[in-house]
Design a protein around this ligand. Structure first.
Ligand SMILES: [Fe+2]
Length: 185
């Protein structure tokens, strides 16, 4: 049996931290990748990881700790998940060739890196002190993860609002440029 909260333990906190390390590695890989195909592959992998991770936190971990933790910290985490889900939904509707594709993924990575930092420095250390059976919680999370990977991740509200032509900031910028040109012509 591994010691609780150690690197190899399957308690809920350690599982979340291992997931964090996986996505951070994917973000680093994306920064190093040069080929379009390689970038797209990394993005696809990262989006799946993030969607599963967010579902596990929202369905299982957050409800287990929310009542005992700082209201503001939990609310900020919710909002960071929301922003991430908007960007994930837009990226999923893109082909990878759009002008803003890389920028969108980079902003997602920055948002998630910040979120991870807050969870690991504020939320998780406080959660660890709560009288919760983290092994049982971790077992539930692992079971749910397998289920999500096998049967698919349920749609989220953010999927519905994502622009099908999600390169919208780029298109808006181009439109603006055209207007300015016309004015100065
Ligand atoms: Fe999270």
């Amino acid at each position: 049996m591994f010691e609780r909260f150690s690197k190899d333990s399957n308690d809920a906190v350690s599982l979340l931290k291992r997931d964090h390390d996986t996505v951070k590695e994917l973000f680093d890989d994306f920064e190093k990748a040069e080929q379009r195909a390689a970038k797209k592959k990394i993005v696809a992998k990262a989006l799946t990881e993030l969607k599963v991770h967010a579902a596990l936190e929202e369905e299982i971990f957050y409800p287990a700790v929310r009542a005992e933790l700082d209201h503001d910290v939990m609310n900020e985490a919710d909002e960071e998940h929301h922003v991430a889900k908007v960007l994930i939904a837009e990226l999923e509707k893109m082909t990878g060739k759009e002008d803003h594709y890389d920028a969108k993924f980079t902003v997602l990575a920055e948002n998630v890196r910040h979120h991870i930092k807050e969870e690991e420095s504020e939320m998780l250390p406080k959660a660890k002190r709560l009288p919760i059976d983290f092994d049982a919680l971790g077992a539930r999370m692992m079971e749910r993860k397998e289920e999500l990977l096998a049967n698919g991740i349920p749609a989220v509200a953010e999927d519905r609002v994502a622009d099908p032509k999600a390169d919208s900031p780029a298109r808006a910028a181009a439109k603006k440029k055209r207007v300015v040109k016309r004015k100065t012509a």
